[in-house]
Design a binder for this molecule. Structure first.
Ligand code: AMP
Length: 438
């Protein structure tokens, strides 16, 4: 085994995997900008307090999974840093810092990038993973809730992950949630003897999370637990009814799931999550999101409503791979070179590099054989590369010419060097318009 390995829970994205992810990232950006969401980038790390406040001290993400960063040589000035476990807190910190409340509201933002959680690695659960994130800050909804959910739904459909199921819930707000949580705690206390020890401990710190516990011992207790949807105040109930009416009008199908509470403290009202149809395990969620009307204030801003989602692109890529989809062709990133420049004189790398540089400058995808092997070996490699043309530098170079061999058609001809790029472009365009069978 090699001495150095990628850290546990991380993985190298080799070219085919990187191309799939790049494809998803580009799709995400194109879709989000079509909906009016503008790209934003925040640092990969923040003051740990941004996440402690924004995500919640009593959540697993902060308690156990926060990837804390040790600044070198004490130049952190006593600051505590952490890698971002999710994008919303950093984006909201930026919203406050840059006074975005003075912009027309809502501010629609999108970000795609790596997130970090110091979690126990397993299939579909990594310590570094990629999220496509969308946030609409400054609109209390309900219409924008539906806009965001429909956008997430469309992304998953456009990506081609197959049938998904959307779970929807409302977890109330500062007016009705405290009473609901108190009732929930009462329910669990009355079953204290039956609670698994880990859940009993969570009851004191984050009782809502017991609802989505995967412990089989919780199923019966949760089946009789009070439901947040039955305890919403009038304002929250109206909001939720309107979100549903908007989703119905858009034809977005969903299932009400009272146990869906999401892991992060700042969520209010609308909560949603997407799963591949038939799979509902914790590692299966493709993405989720919700409303966080209290978050901006927690981070030092004026009270400002917001809603967003994060879709796990690693999970999307896994779902695509499982369906045999998600090939490596990426728009703007050609997989195969159009031309490979080879030469009869193995030592003359100057000429090959000069010719290929000119082709690249003209916008062609090209590679030159820069090793010092014989022409026959160079030609074999060109064919293996899937190149359309081999540009062969031989004796004709003396009269400023090369041979262009069409490796697909098996034909070849002599071309003046100044015409080469143009000639390849023309031949390639022609090929594209003529189906191979003709
Ligand atoms: P969360 O904020 O935990 O709901 O995460 C949003 C989405 O990110 C999830 O639905 C997953 O698709 C993805 N995700 C979360 N944690 C991980 C992880 N450790 N590894 C891979 N994907 C993850």
């Amino acid at each position: 085994m090699p001495r150095f390995q990628a850290p546990r829970g991380t993985r190298d994205l080799l070219p085919a995997e990187r191309a799939s992810l790049l494809h998803l990232e580009r799709m995400a950006l194109a879709l989000a900008t079509r909906y009016g969401y503008q790209p934003i980038e925040t640092p990969l790390f923040e003051q740990a307090e941004v996440f402690e406040r924004g995500v919640g001290q009593a959540t697993e993400v902060v308690e156990k999974e926060l990837f804390r960063v040790q600044a070198g040589r004490g130049d952190g000035d006593g600051e505590r840093w952490a890698l971002r476990p999710e994008p919303t807190a950093g984006i909201c910190r930026a919203y406050v810092q840059h006074g975005m409340q003075t912009l027309p509201q809502p501010v629609r933002l999108t970000l795609t990038g790596p997130m970090f959680r110091y979690d126990r690695p397993q299939a579909g659960r990594y310590r570094q993973f990629w999220q496509f994130d969308v946030e609409a800050i400054g609109d209390p909804g309900p219409a924008v809730d539906a806009e965001i959910i429909e956008l997430a739904d469309r992304f998953l459909r456009d990506a081609g992950v197959g049938e998904t199921e959307l779970l929807l819930n409302s977890i109330g707000d500062a007016a009705c949630r405290p009473d609901y949580v108190a009732e929930l705690v009462g329910h669990y206390r009355s079953h204290a003897a039956e609670l698994p020890p880990a859940e009993r401990e969570r009851l004191e710190r984050n009782p809502l999370r017991l609802l989505d516990s995967k412990d089989p011992g919780m199923a019966a207790i949760n089946a009789t637990a009070p439901r947040s949807l039955d305890r919403l105040c009038d304002a929250c109930a109206q909001h939720f009814a309107a979100v549903r009416a908007h989703l119905d009008a858009l034809g977005v199908r969903y299932r009400l799931e009272h146990r869906l509470v999401r892991g992060l403290d700042y969520y209010t009202r609308t909560a949603f999550e997407f799963f591949p149809r038939g799979a509902e395990g914790q590692q299966d969620a493709l993405g989720g999101g919700g409303r966080y009307d209290g978050l901006i204030e927690l981070l030092g801003g004026r009270p400002t409503p917001g809603i967003g989602f994060g879709i796990g692109l690693d999970r999307v890529a896994l779902a695509l791979a499982a369906r045999g989809a998600g090939g490596a062709s990426v728009e703007g990133v050609p997989a195969d070179p159009v031309a490979v420049v080879v030469g009869a004189d193995p030592a003359d790398t100057v000429t090959r590099l000069r010719i290929v540089t000119e082709l690249r400058a003209a916008g062609l995808t090209a590679r030159a054989d820069l090793g010092q092997r014989k022409l026959a070996r160079q030609m074999e490699a060109a064919a293996r590369d899937g190149a359309h043309f081999a540009v062969i530098g031989g004796d004709e170079l003396r009269s400023g010419q090369v041979i262009v061999k069409d490796l697909l058609a098996g034909t070849q001809r002599t071309v003046d060097l100044p015409e080469l790029a143009h000639e390849l472009q023309r031949a390639q365009a022609q090929h594209r318009h003529v189906p191979a069978s003709e």
